[in-house]
Design a binder for this molecule. Sequence first.
Ligand SMILES: Nc1nc2c(c(=O)[nH]1)N[C@H]1C(S)=C(S)[C@@H](COP(=O)(O)OP(=O)(O)OC[C@H]3O[C@@H](n4cnc5c(N)ncnc54)[C@H](O)[C@@H]3O)O[C@H]1N2
Ligand code: MOO
Length: 641
Amino acid sequence: MNKRDVYLSNMPLDQAKVLWRNALEERGFFSDHTSEDIAVDDSLGKITAEPVFARRSSPSYNAAAMDGIAVHFSDLVGASEASPIRLKKDRFQPVNTGNAIPENCNAVVMIEDVHYVSDDEVELHTPAPPWQHIRTIGEDIVATELILPEGHVVRPIDQGAMLATGVTAIRVRRNPKAHVIPTGSELIQPEEEPRAGQIIEFNSRILAGYLREWGADASRGLPVIDDPDKLEKALVEAAGKNDLVVMNAGASAGTRDYSAKVLAKVGEVIVHGVAIKPGKPVILAMIGKTPVIGLPGYPVSALLTMRLFVREMISQFLGLGKPACDHVSATLSRPVHSAMGVDQMVRITLGRVGETLMATPSGKGAGAVMSLVRADGLLTIPSGKEGIGAGEKVKVELLRPQAEVDATLVTIGSHDNILDLLANRLHRMRPIVRIASAHVGSMGGIMAIRREEAHIAGTHLLDEETGEYNVAFIKRFLGSIPLQLINLCYREQGFIVPRGNPKKIKNFRTIAENGNTFINRQKGAGTRLLTDKILRDENIKPQQIIGYDHEEYTHMNIGAAVANGSVDTGMGIRAAANALGLDFVPIAEERYDLIVPAEHLKDNKVSSVLQLIRTDESFKASITALGGYNLRDCGVVMYEQ
Ligand SMILES: Nc1nc2c(c(=O)[nH]1)N[C@H]1C(S)=C(S)[C@@H](COP(=O)(O)OP(=O)(O)OC[C@H]3O[C@@H](n4cnc5c(N)ncnc54)[C@H](O)[C@@H]3O)O[C@H]1N2
Ligand code: MOO
């Protein structure tokens, strides 16, 4: 096979959808499927293929609805406190709830209203209307009545209704059988230890999971290596046994990307390459009557593309029409750019701060699984637009329930490992509440408070003139906003170094002199300010530090760069070094505070956080265990305006 003549088109999404739909219709994908008979006991979540009618009435006999006595209503006409009526044994019969009503009775009097004069005689003080406290035949369902229409998703209550009327088996639509084939010679199983160039195979799990959620009976195959013959064999076999096949990776134009070629050999490629981002290299193909979707390898691309092309296929196979999705209107917090001519799907986190629902892009990389773990929704920028500006209203497709979105506490600013612990504790304390945090550095947090985008901002900015933390910056940038500055912790800042400090890093002077490689924090980060202050104090120029311009956004990312050996050191907090099993050379203690606008102090999510940091001793113990923290002022208001 010629290696590099893969042709990738750039077909507009609408056109690709039409071609795909036509191909599916031509091959009877939506109409040829069979149904199956199953026990009602096994029918939960299945879709009825035919209407279900009651076999028997329910109740099937006239039944007492209360404990008491069965009577004939005409015997009690005129009964009152003043002129009670007495009935002898032959005119009443004791009944319990559910008992059949005896012949010639037509009302029940509750036991509470029955006065026994003797074992054989009762006295009654009120009349009984006909059929009082009797569940008559068919009160609930009459035989032959429609219980469920065709195309109905069976719920537990529906199962009860069917069984109540003697229906024990029903005909349901068969779920489509879907098979996921992960491909790539670099793939290993999650239990294995990856070497450089090896990748843990997790996409098939994501894909099969969502296929099941959407209504397919999904199975997964073992990874197939990049060998056209092996791919061909796996594809043909899967296509023969399933209603649809999802193949993952090898979709684009690399030297070992064989998917499209193999599909063209054993079937027909309908579309290869769609003007969408992510997901451009997607392949829509047929092997005989079986649709095969070749998804790009990157997990985010794979899932979002599958949502776009496969979700609706399954829903329509099951006769359910287009899948329902909820949208909200939100305000975009920062501009998003998009290429003209491309439909772009943007992952969004949502947060209700005050009255406004803010939408913030949650990350970009097609390999960044966490960006989708964090995402609350998706924003599609249509192909005719070059982007959307900050402050514009956008329509966001929800990926989680709106109640959860509304209960999200938004923290933006400097990252500290305590925030992760806090998020976990808060969620445990109040399961509906989540913390969404964006780590954009201290200045980023201050600006987010100014733009009313965050409930809380974590900050540690040292003012060189006063030597005090945070207050000068608040006065300068947030002067007009009533707020409290609440201390979270003091923490040790220093050099994060590999175990044993092999390069004997002591201070910036030795780093400069020994030519050690350094990784910096981004401008506006409190740690960056501290770095720059120390360099000035020690009269060292940035150019003397190798890697000064190489920036990362969190302490943990600095730690990760040291841990994987790409740099000798970087500045960060001790907790980050500890978390990654690295060593630490302390150089300063700094104050880390939370800025909380006065209007959010009343918000119960915020007050839960304050209650946690002020009163929960076990929470404080878990912080101390991280190392490098001092909680002497934790929860104390350091400044107020
Ligand atoms: N010259 C071009 N290069 C690329 C193009 C292009 O149009 N021209 N498209 C880019 C785009 S967009 C994407 S998306 C990727 C998709 O490439 P492939 O579908 O060929 O995927 P692979 O290269 O085989 O894999 C990429 C990447 O995905 C991860 N992966 C794959 N399978 C799994 C799995 N089962 N579990 C977890 N992760 C998986 C892995 O990180 C791979 O490295 O191509 C661009 N290149
Ligand atoms: O557009 Mo590719 O599908 O993710 O990066």
